[in-house]
Design a protein around this ligand. Structure first.
Ligand code: ZN
Length: 481
């Protein structure tokens, strides 16, 4: 039987407010354990939470960017459960009246646009962090808890089950991440846990509409994990169904290292949490004028920026889409163009050499050792014919490690392109004399033979000869012979 895959994503994003959601403690990542804490976030008796206004503003900003309705009246609730990383024994979150509802986001996969519904966005507090003594929970004999993260503001963005492949889920997550970065509300560092993703995955026979039993997959903490985890889980469920079995409703965790998912627990029902209204916080009333003001001040979002790069710089749809996935990458392009570089050439460098080096060093464009102005200067040297494209790659390599300017490196290493025809002719003549067979082949009509001779000439010039001149001078000399 053919199955249709049904996927919904729950994305948690930590907001980059200076202080926590209900107290004045710092949200700084990486502080010494249990130093960013106070009686409120430790849940000591007799304390009262106060809502951080910035959290509401950020939630509205995200809601508007994701085409949601902003509810003028929402409230906080207590989600009760016991776990050592939750000192209050309940999480303050939003249950039946979240701040944003009924949004949507359009994604593109394989050249097709698909609209993904967004059910709701709600505000809540993060829990603390358990640090186990061993590599895994089962191999540990003790655990310590760090409450620095307790009370860091989170937004949970819940999608409709509208995605039908791992690629769509990945594209959706990538787009949400880009929007959050453009909105400047979260640093979205998946490796630090400030953007986390759970997926609800189920299968149903192709052509039917009733949803199958879902499994919730936790711990999908990179784009790669989202893709692999969903692929693994859909294959697992298909096997269960093919064997005549039933998918159990459960929570599973993805083990990226082993490439498998494991059952954590069978799914609690919502009422297991005994949600009840938070009595210590007043309801959240959002003034429509404030919403209008936030809407008027929304920054340029990825889609608009993509259109601008296409219209102003003539970039292709593909290039503009790749560049604008990352706000920092798009900013880099704009800055290089401001230094007089050609946008298409900058885009090529960004998607080629720059991305390659970033990946090799596992760093982001924000940490790129070559500044936008320096890349613009390198491109200018190619443009003026001072260096060839090939040499430019060598120069770029050197810029990456030494952080020196392109011009300095070209001078120091004597990499200036040879565009003096008498100098090139001298090398060409030597190559012709040393390779009679290739010369004969070329004269016999084997066009390929010239490629070899060009290669030899470039090699003799240590890559510095102007390739166009080498080509035409070689032909001239061969035809003259
Ligand atoms: Zn605190």
């Amino acid at each position: 039987m053919d199955y249709e895959i049904v996927i919904g994503l729950e994305i948690h994003t930590e907001l980059k407010t200076k202080s926590k959601i209900f107290c004045g403690c710092s949200t700084k990542f990486g502080s010494p354990q249990n130093t960013n804490v106070c009686p409120v976030c430790l849940g000591l008796p007799g304390v009262l939470p106060v809502l951080n206004e910035k959290v509401v503003e950020y939630a509205v900003r995200v809601g508007l960017a994701l085409n949601c309705e902003i509810l003028p009246f929402s409230k906080f609730d207590r989600k009760n459960y016991y776990y050592p990383d939750l000192p209050k024994n309940f999480q303050t979150t939003q249950y039946d009246l979240p701040i944003c509802v009924n949004g949507h986001l359009d994604i593109e996969v394989d050249g097709k646009t698909k609209r993904i519904g967004i059910t709701r966005i709600h505000m809540e507090e993060d829990a603390g962090k358990l640090v186990h003594s061993g590599a895994t929970i089962t191999s540990s004999d003790s655990a310590l808890v760090d409450y620095n993260r307790t009370g860091v503001p989170l937004l949970e963005i819940v999608s409709e089950p509208d995605m039908s492949s791992a690629e769509e889920a990945r594209a959706y997550l990538e787009k949400i991440k880009a929007i959050l970065e453009y909105l400047d509300v979260s640093d979205c560092k998946m490796e630090e846990g400030s953007l986390r993703c759970d997926a609800n995955i189920s299968l149903r026979p192709q052509g039917t509409t009733k949803l199958g039993t879902k499994a919730e997959m936790k711990n999908l903490n990179s784009f790669r994990s989202v893709q692999r985890g969903i692929e693994y889980e859909t294959a697992r469920q298909e096997e269960v169904l093919e064997d005549g079995g039933k998918v159990v409703q459960e929570t599973r965790t993805w083990d990226e290292g082993k490439g498998i998912s494991l059952s954590m627990r069978t799914k609690e029902q919502a009422n297991d949490y005994r949600y009840l209204p938070e009595p210590d916080l007043v309801p959240v009333i959002v003034d429509p004028e404030k919403v209008a003001e936030i809407r008027a001040n929304l920054p340029e979002l990825p889609e608009a920026r993509k259109q601008r790069l296409m219209a102003d710089y003539g970039l292709s749809t593909y290039d503009a889409a790749v560049i604008t996935v990352s706000k920092a990458m798009a900013d880099y392009l704009d800055e290089s163009v401001a230094c007089q570089a050609d946008a298409k050439l900058v885009a090529n460098w960004l998607m080629g050499e720059v991305s390659k080096h970033l990946n090799n060093d596992s760093i982001t464009i924000g940490q790129c050792p070559v500044a936008p102005k320096q890349l613009a200067e390198l491109i200018a040297l190619i443009d003026k014919g001072t260096i060839s494209n090939k040499i430019a790659k060598t120069v770029f390599e050197e810029m990456w490690t030494s952080r020196k300017d392109a011009e300095v490196i070209v001078k120091e290493k004597g990499l200036v392109q040879i565009s003096d025809s008498s100098e090139i002719i001298a090398i060409v003549d030597g190559v012709i004399a040393a390779n009679p067979q290739s010369v004969a082949d070329f004269k016999a009509g084997k066009e390929k033979a010239i490629g070899f001779l060009v290669g030899q000439t470039m090699k003799q010039s240590k890559g510095k000869a102007n390739p166009d001149m080498v080509n035409s001078l070689l032909r001239e000399r061969l035809q003259g012979n």
